[in-house]
Ligand binder design. Sequence first.
Ligand code: ZN
Ligand code: ZN
Length: 365
Amino acid sequence: MRAAVLYEVGQPLAVEEVELDPPRQGEVLVRIAATGVCHSDLHYIKGDLVMPLPVVLGHEAAGIVEAVGAGVQSVQPGDHVVLLFAPACGRCRYCAAGRPHLCEMRLRVRGRMPDGTSRLHARGEDLHHFTCVSSWAERAVVPESGVLRVERDLPFAVCALLGCAVTTGVGAVLNTAQVTPGSTVAVFGLGGVGLNVVQGARIAGAVTIVGVDMLEHRLDAARRFGATHTVNARRDDPVKAIQDLTQGGADYAFEVIGRAATVRQAVDCLARGGTAVAVGLPPAREELALPGPAFILNEKTLRACFYGSARLRHDIPRLLALYHAGRLMLDELVTAALPLERVNEAVAALDRGDGLRTILEMHTA
Ligand SMILES: [Zn+2]
Ligand SMILES: [Zn+2]
């Protein structure tokens, strides 16, 4: 099959023939239909985050089950599935506590399948898996806990987005922060995930939603997704603008860029007692710093959010219900669709901030 392989940091991905082993016990073979291009992938390509190479990236995807290994019960060939990048064991202390997105398995599988081996090979060597998904490829072998069956009449691009951007962004609002009706919300960074924070805040009943970005086309998009106000941070000081628009500070602020400086702005723009949520993944070299006394005296909170703090098998069907009810905009997020062969173009577009979300589409006929 064809797959995009990262052999060296900072170099273009090689789209080439890759050998994929059949699924073993408890594993599922998925023919990828659509897969998103996300900032987390870009981090590894640029070397801001490090993982063992060579690797097949891609962690936001949907497709059709082609085969299942022994013991697989929840899906069968022909099922349409969303791929989940936090496979869960169902038994560890985090799974037992109802927080499967924090499952211990994620730490163990770094670059491998849960049994410690690889299903991907090229140029005579094993390739690494990425978050047990590796969807920038025509097919993927994933653990059974890494797939969720969805209705067959849904667009694959929409399903792919549920694998990361939507679940992370909306989950940050509904699960991590638990924004309440009537709240004021600020959102720093209006890319694929940030726009989902905006519409999550709208769904939660926030009355003031201030979107912050440096790109005008994203500020326009934020207004379509539910922002009541926007601030171009290239022109205006976002902290001051948010404080003005929210009568002294926001109840909640979300950082969806992954930079220490904007996490600090998210904390600074809060009202007393407010909560900032760090959603964007910063480069490995960055540390977060807080304004000592002001943080304590104003009783602020800074929380981290991984994967929307989601219970995926519970949350994704609810997100789909919101989509069917016309309250969650998903089709509107997809602004470009390219074949796998043009993955490097899609990555460059993401780096420049073009469009909202680019989807790589495979032929599924
Ligand atoms: Zn992602
Ligand atoms: Zn677990």
